[in-house]
Design a binder for this molecule. Structure first.
Ligand SMILES: C[S@@+](CC[C@H](N)C(=O)[O-])C[C@H]1O[C@@H](n2cnc3c(N)ncnc32)[C@H](O)[C@@H]1O
Length: 250
């Protein structure tokens, strides 16, 4: 017969074994998850590097672009803009928010030998930075950064802080509209006003590119636009932040 002490010892050792096995299993699962995550991050990073290299090659740049990703548009989104702008040769390009995308679009216009970028920028400091970058790249004739402070715009029974449009009044019908602002923090559905404010100014055959289209907010905006502007056909490109393309029939 085993003594109580021995039985207790066996029980304790058994419990310790079960606990250790449980912990080892958790570590095993975590390692697999980390490996899968790291593979997918590396694949995503490689795709962005390929796209960034593609940008420099396609645009024949001899000066470096400002940063991409993070606050700026990602290389894969910028490459989609380049592919479209170089093929469709848009005459009037309007952009909600300035930065790296402004340089890329202005360089496309320069290479096409036609077109002009009108970039709405709510932040005066960023407007100055983008103008300086345009000058550095010799692209000032192809893009204008418009000071467009956010001011209340009422659509339906709601108000949005969105770009002042007075400087855009002389702009011809829009062939390409790129929406990458205002920042999400300004309000829920921050970029929705681009629809009611600008879609009626789109030229026949125009395209709209919406960055960050994978976010819940942008998905809700797209649904709303689909209901309110059913004549715009929506498609989705698998860029890292998501890219929605809306097309007005020719
Ligand atoms: C999503 S960013 C626009 C990026 C722009 N389309 C580009 O490709 O660089 C939207 C706005 O955020 C502001 N912004 C840009 N970089 C920022 C930063 N590092 N921190 C805070 N705000 C920034 C600017 O006012 C810009 O218009």
């Amino acid at each position: 017969m085993l003594s109580i002490t021995t039985l207790l010892l066996i029980l304790t050792i058994s419990l310790l074994c079960v606990y250790t096995l449980h912990k080892v299993r958790l570590v095993h699962l975590l390692l697999h998850e980390t490996r899968d995550q790291s593979r997918s991050e590396n694949a995503g990073l490689f795709r962005q590097l390929e796209a960034l290299h593609g940008l420099y090659v396609e645009l024949g740049l001899d000066k470096s672009l400002p940063g991409t990703r993070g606050w700026a548009a990602s290389p894969d989104f910028l490459m989609e803009l380049v592919r479209h702008a170089r093929t469709a040769r848009p005459a009037c390009i309007v952009e909600c928010s300035s930065g790296t995308s402004t340089l890329v679009l202005a360089r496309c216009a320069q290479m096409n030998g036609c077109g002009k970028v009108y970039s709405l920028e709510h932040d005066a400091d960023y407007a100055i930075q983008t103008r300086a970058q345009l000058q550095r790249h010799g692209l000032s004739d192809w893009a204008v950064v418009l000071d467009a402070p956010l001011q209340p715009h009422v659509f339906g029974d709601s108000s949005w802080p969105w770009y002042a449009l007075d400087q855009l009044s002389a702009c011809p019908p829009i062939d390409l509209l790129v929406i990458d602002g205002p920042p999400q923090a300004t309000r829920a559905l921050a970029r929705y006003p681009a629809g009611p404010a600008l879609f009626l100014r789109l030229a026949a055959g125009a395209r709209v590119f919406l960055d960050d289209a994978s976010r819940d907010d942008e998905q809700a905006i797209l649904l709303r636009w689909q209901t309110e502007f059913p004549w715009l056909q929506q498609t989705f490109l698998p860029c890292e932040k998501g890219c929605a393309v809306l097309r007005k029939p020719a």
